[in-house]
Design a protein around this ligand. Sequence first.
Ligand code: URA
Length: 274
Amino acid sequence: MVEPTTMALSHSQAMGNSAPGHTAVAQARTHLREALESLIQWAEDLQECGVGHVECDPAALSQLVVPPTAQKRPEERLAEIARRIAQCRRCPLHRTRTRTVPGQGNPSPELVFVGEGPGTEEDRQGLAFVGPAGQLLTRLIRALGMTREEVFIANIVKCRPTERNEGVRDRPPTDEEMSACLPYLHEQLDVLRPKVIVCLGATALRGLLGLQGISRLRGKWQNYRGIPVMPTYHPSYLLRAGGEGKELYWQVWEDMCEVLRQLGRPVPERRRRS
Ligand code: URA
């Protein structure tokens, strides 16, 4: 496992790549992860077809590592991850999904929102945050002086989790479902390299950072691989609490103003009505 990383790094250095060390390491990590992801998916497919073992040519295996200089553009790399997600059968959610929901938006965004997982409407359209919670998120993004196209919106899991896997009532993803799906989000974030990540709700906070306690941690900066992370409440929770204008909404608004300050953007003047 160590060898391909070393190869990718020394190739980059030999080509005079002036990227700082941590960028080269992150790129090498991404390439290695992508290669392993494809390999695992292929092995799982073979296993499902009844194949018990395969013989590997080491020379062919080394071809899986793409040198950083041959790197594709972020949109191509995101599309490639989305293609793998569309074929994923790593957890039982693939059996009940209508469509996978990889996430969408700007491939080089300053800001990434991470939610929990698709609901009914997301599962139908294959797009993240397009149901009622998504509409609230859209209004929030606009109120911040941004657009949905400017940011990237993703989820911890890419298939809709439902009670007893019956495809009817939404439920939060299990730990197993999250662990199976999280490598995709890590890969996406390696490509996206945002300046700030917003974790929407407890599941996003737990999935991305392994932290519990959204009420305690909301509004307090955290860190994901060097990227500032702002945890805040999930839009569905805001809707259940009465939506815009209610106390919880203003708490989220304050968290988002912190995000704007971190990004060096102007903070819109909005007043609570008391
Ligand atoms: N829609 C999503 O895409 N994610 C959520 O977490 C909730 C609704």
